[in-house]
Write a protein that binds this ligand. Structure first.
Ligand SMILES: Cc1cc2nc3c(=O)[nH]c(=O)nc-3n(C[C@H](O)[C@H](O)[C@H](O)COP(=O)(O)O)c2cc1C
Length: 265
């Protein structure tokens, strides 16, 4: 493949990215160490503000979510940077919020590069957002020094499923040239419909058995025939976020199993 010849149709990179889908079932095959290193190396080559991250790896298939052969924990890491600065006789003075924002970006670009590299090599993966709620447990398990924060986890292995790619918003709802438009009710409805129809066509929430229950005195009016993505994320973010421990309990109740093979978002 040559870069820069303007050909979109046969572009393997674009094709790999457009074929992305999260994988939650894995075969028994363990990816080789060479493969693992190649994927992490490709991740490292992402643009960075300060390489403000560390990647932890667990090959404990019995404990990894989805029974995945690989589980990466991507951390925002201030510790390494502080050691480097100390050797130069400096101490961190910038405020933590700025470091956190840049650190999250460094870690995110790095881990998405890993996702794409893995896919291009025939592996599948799935992010797990629960890491930040279990930061204390993960810190203990991996002996994390102070100021290393587990941001997100990435399960990875050879796919034992090939689900259809999930829908995304229409381009008109995503890319705005020159100015942010006034979003009409029609534009919002079209975007919602594209997402909802896409999820309903895959019968996603029924298969995953993960309808979020309503809090307070709201009455349930949805069934799996019409419960779809926009209702799901409205319930997810429209109800008061409980304390992490309570949230974990609720997630477990809703069928998320945060410590073993079965997980769903
Ligand atoms: C930060 C983050 C956290 C996620 N957490 C979970 C999770 O806890 N469980 C899960 O099954 N999927 C999780 N996902 C995967 C998303 O559900 C998935 O990427 C999204 O639904 C789009 O589907 P696709 O990746 O198949 O295109 C997460 C993704 C991201 C980026």
């Amino acid at each position: 493949m040559r870069y820069g010849d303007g050909s979109i149709k046969n572009n393997l990179v674009i094709q790999t990215m457009l074929e992305h889908r999260s994988i939650r079932k894995y075969t028994d095959q363990t990816p080789s160490d060479e493969l693992v290193k190649t994927i992490v190396r490709a991740g490292q080559q992402a643009p960075f503000a300060s390489q403000y991250y560390t990647v932890l790896l667990s090959k404990n298939r019995k404990r990894n979510p989805f029974g995945a052969p690989l589980l990466f924990t991507i951390c925002v890491d201030s510790h390494k940077f502080e050691l480097i600065m100390a050797r130069r006789g400096w101490r961190l003075a910038t405020n933590d919020l700025i470091l956190l924002f840049f650190g999250i970006q460094d870690a995110a670009y790095m881990s998405e590069n890993m996702v794409i590299a893995a896919r291009s090599l025939g592996l599948g993966s799935c992010f797990l957002g629960s890491a930040m709620f279990r930061a204390d447990k993960i810190a203990e398990e991996y002996h994390l020094p102070q100021r290393v924060f587990p941001l997100v986890q990435l399960a990875m292995g050879y796919p034992a499923e090939e689900p259809s790619p999930r829908p995304r918003y229409p381009m008109e709802f995503t890319l705005f040239e020159d100015k942010y438009p006034e979003l009409s009710a029609k534009m919002v409805s079209i975007a919602m419909k594209q997402m909802d129809d896409g999820y309903l066509a895959q019968d996603y929430y029924r298969k995953a058995k993960c309808m979020i229950s309503l809090e307070g005195d709201r009455k349930e009016t949805f069934t799996y025939d019409n419960y779809s993505w926009t209702e799901h994320i409205s319930r997810k973010w429209g109800q008061w976020h409980p304390e992490p421990k309570e949230l974990l309990k609720q997630l477990e109740k809703r069928g998320f199993n945060l410590t073993s093979k079965k997980q769903n978002d």
